[in-house]
Design a protein around this ligand. Structure first.
Ligand code: AMP
Length: 216
């Protein structure tokens, strides 16, 4: 099964993709994580990507397409995957079609804009294990310290309010047209995530996709 997670920044694509990875045994492929990895390693691609990410803009299509095309060749993705954060533009979706990657479901998580801002600006990510706390919804027991592993919690550099507002505008302009793109192809599965906890969103996803994956 090949799944695309669609939705605005903060809609919960990554959170659901991680839960679905566990449930279905399909690897999560997050372009945001790949780009942050490249930035942390200080590669030329990472430095180029960082400029765009810090401003809340998209990384150019050709840069993202290069890393995705490479990743999709990996043997661990032969039985399927969950794309988290890709495609994010119509040209990226067309390129995926040209690579002859057959997608089974596009899960579109909708969350109201006001809630997205609160969600994103309150996120606290553990530098140790990657677990995500939230200032309001899931505060750590000790400030700045991850409940799971004791690691340090930091705010993602693109989760400040100004950058968040730009990311949401960019989403509307460049990514939202994918709803129509995949709707026309009969692949869109709509999930309303407004006011919902991650586990209740997962229940909705399971109701649509089922609870297990059958091998093709
Ligand atoms: P995310 O972790 O998915 O929120 O992505 C963080 C940032 O990485 C985005 O705001 C973009 O700057 C960049 N990014 C991630 N995926 C893509 C993509 N498919 N196309 C362009 N830029 C991306």
């Amino acid at each position: 099964m090949r799944i695309i997670m669609l939705g605005a920044p903060g809609a919960g694509k990554g959170t659901q993709a991680k839960k679905m990875e566990e449930l279905y045994g399909l690897p999560q492929v997050s372009t945001g994580d790949m780009l942050r990895g490249a930035r942390a390693q200080g590669t030329a691609l990472g430095i180029e990507a960082a400029r765009h990410m810090e401003a809340g803009n998209l990384v150019p299509d050709e840069v993202v397409l290069g890393i995705v095309a490479e990743r999709l060749k990996s043997a661990d993705l032969a039985n399927g995957f969950i794309l988290d954060g890709f495609p994010r533009t119509v040209p990226q979706a067309s390129a995926l079609d040209e690579m002859q990657v057959v997608i089974d479901h596009v899960v579109n998580i909708h969350v109201d804009a006001d809630e997205l801002v609160v969600r994103l600006t309150g996120r606290l990510t553990c530098t140790g294990c990657g677990f995500m706390h939230h200032r309001h919804f899931l505060p750590p027991q000790e400030e700045g310290v991850c409940d799971k592993c004791g690691g340090t919690l930091t705010q993602r550099s693109d989760d400040n309010e100004e950058t968040v507002r730009n990311r949401l505008a960019v989403y509307q302009q460049l990514t939202a047209p994918l709803v129509e793109y995949y709707g026309e192809r009969g692949l869109l599965r709509e999930v309303d995530g407004t006011g919902e906890s991650p586990s209740s969103v997962l229940e909705k996803v399971k109701a649509i996709l089922g609870t297990r994956v059958t091998e093709e």
